[in-house]
Ligand binder design. Structure first.
Ligand code: PAF
Length: 279
């Protein structure tokens, strides 16, 4: 696997990779790879001829007081995992390659970026949309792969791709979970053993609430009960627990399909997010 850190060698490497007309899949990441990321690589390998992965801890998507400095960066281990999985090229740019001096452009995807995580993390999705637009332009993939765990991010990237005329596929890949149901996240490593054990209640509460909503129970009662259960189980703050339209993420006051239940809740210093479809 070739590891490239500068734009000129990236262009040369991509020209070489494309020579035989290969379909290129892109897996953008911030590193600290876990089974969720490797599932994205697997799906990309199934659907494309060659896979390019990127690792860039994007400062533009971290707010003040967030974990930019603490964010794990095990690059050698990440590269070994990607190579073993069959990835052709790793794009691991320096910050200067992405945001050179004088850089002044920002991508904002209006509306859909405002609620849910956008409300608690102002500017976060502008940072995501900006870097992903740049990665799409730099790599020009035939398909790009994102986890449903960050469902709002996926919906925003789909909207951005439509609006900015990116014609490649944006593929959502199902969330990978630990055996107790907790969605995999690089931030799970911040949990103490005790917090990790308590966090397992989150997917259970979500599953029960989704079942009750699908069965036609009163939505606000279901959501209130779910919040009470989370607060009684070790979470100290719930940023949101909301039912939303699965495509445009508009708020639903009553259950209509396609719908998804979204949660962000805090345990210790860690903010966990999750979402599940209602069916
Ligand atoms: O999901 C992530 O890891 C990041 O938000 C992404 C899409 C790689 C952009 O930095």
């Amino acid at each position: 696997m070739q590891i490239v850190r500068q734009l000129d060698p990236l262009r040369d490497a991509l020209t070489e990779i494309r020579k035989d007309g290969s379909k290129i899949g892109l897996v953008p990441t911030m590193g600290a790879l876990h089974r969720g990321h490797m599932r994205l690589v697997e799906v990309a390998m199934e659907q494309c001829d060659k896979v390019v992965a990127s690792i860039f801890v994007n400062p533009a998507q971290f707010g003040e007081g967030e974990d930019l400095d603490a964010y794990p960066r095990p690059e050698a281990e990440d590269a070994a995992l990607l190579e073993a999985a069959g990835v052709e090229l790793l794009w691991a740019p320096t910050a200067e390659q992405i945001y050179p001096e004088g850089y002044a452009t920002n991508v904002t995807v209006g509306g859909i970026s405002d609620g849910l995580c956008g409300a608690a993390r102002p500017g976060h999705f502008d940072g995501v949309a900006t870097v992903v637009a740049k990665l799409f332009n730099q790599i020009r993939p035939d398909a790009a792969y994102f986890g449903e765990k960050d469902y709002q991010q996926l919906a925003i990237i789909r909207q951005m791709a439509r609006d900015l005329d990116f014609t490649h596929d944006v593929v959502g890949v199902q969330t990978v979970r630990d055996p107790d149901g907790l969605a995999l996240s690089s931030r799970n490593t911040y949990l103490t053993e005790e917090q990790r054990a308590k966090a397992a209640v989150l997917p259970k509460v979500m599953k029960d609430a989704a079942k009750a909503i699908a069965a036609g129970e009163n939505l606000s009662v279901v959501l209130d009960n779910a919040k009470t259960r989370l607060l009684a189980s070790g979470f100290h703050k719930i940023d949101y627990l909301e039912l939303r339209n699965a495509i445009d993420l508009s708020v639903l006051d009553v259950f209509t399909n396609p719908a998804r239940l979204f949660v962000a809740a805090r345990i210790g210093q860690t903010r966990l997010i999750d979402n599940i479809p209602i069916s």
